[in-house]
Design a protein around this ligand. Structure first.
Ligand SMILES: O=C(O)[C@H](O)COP(=O)(O)O
Length: 371
């Protein structure tokens, strides 16, 4: 069924009564233990934290507030994304919906950065270099050593990626590398599902989702540097008959899609989306902020969820704005820095049960007007 929505055309003029053929929702996972520790994660299977579960519940409630229904959620082989999908479905009271996992949707393989504290990397290598490793189009971080326990090629879970006795698991990946696998999965699995009429959610990771959005939305190599996705804020895309994105009136910067709960306000993002992005930026690049802001709390949308955790206040994320790291030129070998694998630590696997809060029962009414 076609829906009438308020859109802008690709040329940017407001066109109030265009129609879209399809809708797809992207959700980045909630906080994991290594997000909380401010470490590079990649394919490391870090657990969702309690805060991360609450973030995922907020995502589910935002979707519930707009009566979304799904037929399938596609996600990675990593539990922080899988559990986020479960929690979203729990909030929607759509637990019957299949969650399909696939390695093509895994986070970027972060190479030798995996396990390292992000602000520490900025101190060692400079903000510019770290930004290139994190956000550039085709420059990968330094490769991880195959002998490292943190290389996923040593994890039996990925033995299906062995070919002629050699693991095909990458030692590092640029965003371009990630896009070559995520776009193949989009073309072969997700796009056909959407075309067949399935209401699709993709629950993923910062860089995996950036690669997919770049692919479907035609974001330039320069602009993709500036795309940062807040955790667990659902991003809605409207697609035409050919699965081309149609620009929403509340589209986020550089994107055609818009965040659920983000009203159109002169191009200014919702204050809480801006606050999440600013928190994330400061926590990596702002060396004048010594507090780990991931441990302070999480900016949230849904006021009613504040009863589930710490009330959020913008002052919690204080500290001077701006700033940045040291010099940006990375010239030496990564291993010469003296930062060894032992500093990466091991994943903190929580033994706590998921579903601390059972808030989903009996709430779904259905999204008016269908897809
Ligand atoms: O792998 C990671 O560390 C995270 O999923 C994303 O990290 P980034 O925001 O530093 O790219």
């Amino acid at each position: 069924m076609m829906m009438s929505v308020e859109l802008e055309t690709a040329a940017g003029e407001v066109d109030a009564q265009q129609t879209h053929a399809y809708e797809v929702v992207f959700v980045r996972h909630g906080q994991s233990t290594w997000n909380k520790a401010n470490r590079f994660i990649g394919w490391t299977d870090a657990e969702l934290t309690e805060e991360g579960e609450i973030e995922a519940r907020v995502a589910g409630q935002l979707l519930l507030s707009q009566e979304f229904e799904f037929d399938v959620i596609y996600t990675s082989m990593l539990k922080r994304a899988i559990k986020t999908a479960w929690v979203v479905l729990d909030e929607l009271n759509q637990q019957h919906v299949p969650v399909t996992t696939d390695w093509h949707l895994n986070e970027r393989c972060y190479g030798a950065l995996v396990g390292r504290e992000k602000k520490e990397c900025v101190r060692s290598f400079g903000a510019e270099q770290v930004k290139i490793w994190r956000r550039s189009w085709d420059i990968p971080p330094p490769p991880i050593d195959k002998s490292s326990k943190l290389w996923p090629g040593n994890n039996p879970r990925y033995k299906f990626l062995m070919q002629d006795g050699e693991s095909q698991v990458p030692l590092h990946e640029s965003l371009k590398d990630v896009m070559s696998r995520s776009s193949a999965y989009w073309d072969e699995v997700i796009a056909p599902a959407i075309r067949s009429g399935k209401r699709v959610c993709v629950c993923g990771h910062e860089n995996n989702l950036r690669s997919l959005l770049k692919y479907i939305d035609g974001i330039s190599n320069a602009d993709i540097m500036h795309v940062e996705l807040p955790r667990a804020v659902p991003l809605v895309y409207h697609l035409d008959e050919d699965l081309r994105p149609m620009r929403l009136a509340n589209s986020a910067e550089h994107l055609s899609g818009g965040y659920v709960g983000d009203p159109e306000e002169d191009g200014t993002p919702h204050p809480k989306i801006a606050a999440i992005q600013e928190r994330d930026r400061k926590n990596v690049y702002d060396l004048s902020v010594s507090t780990n802001l991931e441990e302070v709390g999480t900016p949230r949308f849904a006021a009613k969820l504040d009863e589930l955790g710490r009330p959020w206040d913008v002052d919690d994320f204080g500290g001077p704005a701006g700033g940045g790291g040291g010099e940006g030129d990375f010239t030496g070998s990564f291993l010469e820095t003296g930062v060894g694998e032992e500093s990466c630590g091991t994943p903190e696997i929580s033994s706590k049960p998921l579903f601390l809060y059972n808030r989903g029962a009996g709430k779904t009414k259905g999204r008016g007007g269908g897809r």
